[in-house]
Design a protein around this ligand. Structure first.
Ligand SMILES: [Zn+2]
Length: 66
């Protein structure tokens, strides 16, 4: 039986309520978000989470939120 990828492996982006920057490209507000990506270690098979701060505006909103 094939194992299915678990749903929590999906990308999760959490909004943090800090603002103030304006994107020079789209003119929209830039929102810093904590972007959490889960990945499975090929060695141990354990899930681990990587946290990244990313800045989201209209330019990359789709990339982050899908
Ligand atoms: Zn932008």
């Amino acid at each position: 039986m094939a194992k299915k990828e678990r749903s929590f492996a999906a990308k999760v982006a959490k909004s943090t309520a800090v603002k103030g920057e304006i994107c020079p490209i789209c003119g929209g507000a830039i929102q810093p978000v904590v972007y959490i990506k889960s990945e499975r270690s090929p060695l141990t098979g354990n899930w681990r989470f990587k946290k990244n701060m990313v800045k989201v505006c209209k330019c990359n909103h789709k990339e982050i939120y899908g």
